[in-house]
Design a protein around this ligand. Structure first.
Ligand code: ADP
Ligand code: MG
Length: 338
C-alpha cells in the first residue's frame, strides 16, 4: 500500500490585518519533491510552520487519507503529525553524538533498533563513519545531512525543509543540494523544500510552487513555470525576463524585434521573453550594442532596436559597444502579456 499524500487546502493565516498565507493549496505526494519559491517575507516559513503544527490555521485544512491533521477547530500536535523538519541552521543537539541526534525521534523503540536505524540513515547520507562524532566536529554541509537523516529516520509522512542551503557556502551548496535530493528520493518521503533561490528550486523540484505576498502565483513543473509563466510576476521569480511593446493587428504584433503571433483584440500589446530567446543571426533584425558586461562564461550585451531595448547573452569577446549586430527572437519563446 502506498502511503497517503498530505493534502493542504486553502490554508490561511493572518497576523493582525496582514494575510501572511492567503488561501494556499498544495499536495505533497510520497516520493515527490515540491519546491516552494518566493521572495523573503512572502509567507513561506509561515506556511511550512502551519503544516508542521507550529502555527495555527485561521482557515483551510490539512488531511492525509481519511485523517484530519488540522483545521481552525482541531489540530494534531506537531509530535503526532509524523512530519519531519529541517531548518536552515541545522539545529542539531550539541550535547548528543551524531548517532544520538539521528536516533532522537525514535524514542520508545529498543536501544539496539534505534542505533541500527540511525546507522542506516547516516550511511544513506554518506556519513556512516561519523556516528560517534559530535555535531561541531562536522562541516556545515555534513551537519545539514545529519539534520536530514534525523528528520527521515522516524519514517515521516512528509519532510519539510526551510531554506536548507542558505547558510552554506556557494561551493558546498551544489553538493549538499544533490545529496539531499538523492536521500529524499531514496526515502520516498513527500518533501517540501522552501527556498528563495530560483536555481535551487528548479534543480530539485518535481513540482514547483511560486509564491508572493501570501498567494500562489503558479504551480507546475519547473519547465512549465519557466517556459510558460502565468504572469510577469511569476516569470520574474524564475529569472530575467524582457518585456516588448508593440501594436496588435489581426492577431499579430509588430515590434522592433519582429512580428509575433498573439491572439487578441487590436491595439497596444506587450510580449515577454527570456534573454536566451534572443540570439545572433545574420538573417535577423538590426540592433545596436549600447553596453557590454563581462560575466565569465558569457557576456551580456544591452541592445537597442528601434524603441526596444533587450539583453543579449553571448560568448565573451564577440561584441563591441557601438557595433550593429543582427539578432533573431525565437517566436516559439515569445508570450503575450495582455
Ligand atoms: P518568508 O519565510 O517567506 O520569508 P514568513 O512566513 O517568515 O516569510 O513571513 C511572512 C509575513 O508574516 C512577514 O511579513 C512576516 O513579518 C509576518 N510574520 C511572520 N511571523 C509572524 C508573527 N509571529 N507575528 C507577526 N507577523 C509575522
Ligand atoms: Mg522564511
Amino acid at each position: 500500500m502506498t502511503p497517503d499524500s498530505l493534502i493542504c487546502t486553502r490554508l490561511t493565516r493572518r497576523f493582525g490585518k496582514r494575510l501572511a498565507v492567503d488561501s494556499v493549496s498544495l499536495t505533497l505526494a510520497p516520493g515527490r519533491i515540491t519546491a516552494l519559491l518566493g521572495p523573503s517575507g512572502c509567507g513561506k516559513s509561515t506556511l511550512l510552520r502551519m503544516i508542521a503544527g507550529l502555527e495555527p490555521l485561521d482557515g483551510g485544512e490539512i488531511r492525509s487519507g481519511d485523517a484530519l491533521i488540522a483545521s481552525p477547530a482541531e489540530a494534531l500536535p506537531p509530535e503526532r503529525r509524523r512530519i519531519g523538519l529541517v531548518f536552515q541552521d541545522h539545529a542539531l543537539f550539541p550535547h548528543l553524538s551524531v548517532r544520538d541526534n539521528v536516533a532522537f525521534g525514535l524514542a520508545g523503540r529498543p536501544r539496539a533498533e534505534r542505533h541500527e536505524i540511525a546507522a542506516r540513515w547516516l550511511t544513506r547520507v554518506g556519513l556512516g563513519d561519523r556516528g560517534r562524532d559530535w555535531p561541531h566536529q562536522l562541516s556545515g554541509g555534513q551537519q545539514q545531512r545529519v539534520a536530514l537523516a534525523r528528520a527521515l529516520a522516524p519514517a515521516p509522512r512528509a519532510v519539510l525543509l526551510d531554506e536548507p542551503f542558505s547558510s552554506l557556502d556557494a561551493h558546498l551548496r551544489g553538493e549538499v543540494r544533490q545529496d539531499i535530493a538523492v536521500a529524499l528520493r531514496e526515502a520516498g518521503a513527500a518533501a517540501l523544500v522552501v527556498t528563495h533561490d530560483a536555481r535551487d528550486a528548479m534543480l530539485m523540484a518535481d513540482d514547483l510552487i511560486l509564491m508572493d505576498q501570501g498567494q500562489v502565483l503558479q504551480a507546475g513543473s519547473p519547465e512549465a513555470c519557466y517556459a510558460r509563466p502565468a504572469s510577469l510576476d511569476a516569470a520574474r521569480l524564475l529569472g530575467d525576463i524582457e518585456v516588448l511593446s508593440g501594436e496588435r493587428r489581426d492577431g499579430r504584433v509588430e515590434t522592433p524585434l519582429g512580428r509575433f503571433d498573439a491572439p487578441g483584440p487590436d491595439g497596444p500589446c506587450r510580449l515577454m521573453f527570456r534573454p536566451e530567446a534572443l540570439t545572433l543571426d545574420p538573417e535577423g533584425v538590426e540592433a545596436r550594442v549600447t553596453a557590454l558586461a563581462y560575466g565569465g562564461a558569457t557576456s551580456e550585451a544591452r541592445l537597442q532596436a528601434g524603441e526596444a531595448g533587450a539583453t543579449l547573452v553571448a560568448a565573451p569577446g564577440r561584441l563591441a559597444v557601438g557595433e550593429t549586430v543582427r539578432v533573431r527572437l525565437d517566436p516559439a519563446a515569445v508570450l503575450p502579456l495582455d
